[in-house]
Design a protein around this ligand. Structure first.
Ligand code: COA
Length: 163
């Protein structure tokens, strides 16, 4: 299901997605870690599904580097017909809550290209703050592009939760 979502249109405008066939994708996913607990590392990914029909609407991910398991990098995408309904915001919130409540993380990061206004809005709404440009931080349609970095520190998340 995740692989078929990856083939949907309009997902590659602002991000680099793997150009792999279904068997290759299956192998990539099978190699991923399964248990998300404090100290876990690797790429964790969730399919976003409609609650009533189970139809796939997108995905969200959390990438944790082995050298720093107290920081996670979040990503998300929603297929065209389901955008603007708060799905990315809901997924982001769920992962952020998990990172700070159960995974002992100190900060959560995200990156997006400057032109990606909806993604910037999703991050700003969740309390993420811009913290600089990463030159050639991503490849979009085969070309290196600069990306904006965003961070949500645990302390800021706690303050926002308390309001
Ligand atoms: C970015 C993306 C994930 C957002 O998903 P979504 O489910 O539509 O997001 P939400 O509905 O939770 O929130 C979208 C927000 O952007 C706002 N928005 C939408 N289009 C906008 C635009 N052109 N300019 C400014 N804000 C915009 C919406 O009003 C909403 O903000 P609000 O809640 O304050 O009203 C989706 O557009 C997408 O998948 N894009 C292609 C892939 C991608 O860019 N992934 C992210 C890579 S960093």
């Amino acid at each position: 299901m995740l692989w078929s979502v990856l083939q949907q249109p309009d997902l590659r405008e602002f991000q680099d997605l793997p150009e792999v066939d279904r068997p290759q994708f299956r192998r990539m996913v099978a190699a991923r870690p399964r248990n998300l607990v404090p100290g876990s590392w690797g790429r964790f990914e969730w399919l976003l599904q409609l609650t009533d029909t189970d139809e796939p609407a997108g995905w969200a991910s959390l990438r944790i580097a082995e050298r720093s398991t107290t920081t996670g990098e979040i990503g998300y995408s929603v297929v065209r017909e389901y955008r603007g309904r708060g799905f990315a915001s809901e997924a982001l919130r769920a992962i952020v809550d998990e990172a700070f409540s159960n995974l002992d993380m100190r900060k959560v990061r995200a990156y997006c290209v400057p032109d990606n206004a909806p993604s910037r809005r999703v991050l700003a709404n969740a309390g993420f703050e811009e913290d600089g440009v990463l030159p050639h931080g991503a490849t979009v349609r085969g070309k290196p592009v600069d990306v904006l970095g965003f961070v949500l520190e645990r302390v800021r998340w706690i303050q926002r939760e308390a309001v």
